[in-house]
Design a protein around this ligand. Structure first.
Ligand code: MN
Length: 232
């Protein structure tokens, strides 16, 4: 078989402490998964079922430890926001996965940024339109290396933080997720067959806000990793 055009490269994320990489198949994201962030987005943080949106796999921007990677300020926005999140890397296929079995499907964890064109997201949301223009653009998913579960276990708590130019903007704890990782996997796998290579961005704590060209954005999840990008 031959291709009529060169096939796109497989997007990958490095594995922490290894020369191996994790090939990305799909990126799922959870919306409003911390109560205080749901409130700042103007919604009721009562425990409604989680909702999901997607980014393309090639939106990932791998960011090695100790390195600051340039990420371009995206077009068509005047309100480009940071969101720091725990990311789950799926290693085992499954549908209708139970909460109890969810951990078996996780290959590892990372920290990533769900970068957002907030003005477009809100305009689309308010018209009942899809969110892709606000969420699924190029370079919208910077991510640190993935830590295998064999090294980090399944974190149920841990500080989630983000700074802009050294000032703390977001601070939360994994313990405050409205929907835990096992619950998120259980819900999502009712709608999609989860497959090895899928990433799940689990939602961001409060304190999201705008960044501009030149800003240094750093973030992390305790015990999982850190990353740093410069808005170029
Ligand atoms: Mn998010």
């Amino acid at each position: 078989m031959s291709y009529v055009i060169p096939p796109a490269p497989i997007p990958t994320v490095p594995v922490a402490g290894s020369t191996e990489t994790f090939p990305v198949r799909r990126i799922y994201c959870v919306g409003r998964n911390y109560a205080a962030h749901a409130r700042e987005m103007g919604s009721d943080p009562d425990r409604e079922p989680p909702f999901f949106f997607c980014k393309p796999a090639d939106a990932v921007v791998p960011v090695a430890p100790g390195v600051t990677v340039d990420v371009a300020y995206p077009p068509q926005t005047a309100n480009y926001h940071h969101e720091v999140e725990l990311v789950v890397a799926i290693g085992k296929r499954g549908r209708n996965i139970s909460r109890e079995a969810a951990g078996d499907h996780v290959w590892g964890y990372a920290v990533g940024f769900d970068m957002t064109r907030r003005d477009l997201q809100f305009a689309l949301r308010d018209k009942g339109r899809p969110w892709e223009l606000g969420k699924a653009f190029d370079q919208s998913a910077p991510i640190a290396p993935i830590v295998p579960v064999s090294r980090c276990g399944h974190p149920g708590a841990g500080r989630v933080w983000l700074t802009v130019n050294g000032k703390t903007k977001q601070e939360g704890d994994l313990a405050d997720l409205i929907w835990s990782v096992p619950e998120t996997i259980a819900h999502l796998s009712q709608y999609f067959e989860l497959c090895p290579g899928d990433l799940i961005f689990t939602g961001t704590p409060e304190g999201v806000g705008p960044v501009v060209k030149g800003d240094l954005v750093a973030g992390g999840v305790a015990g999982i990793g850190e990353l740093s990008i410069r808005i170029a």
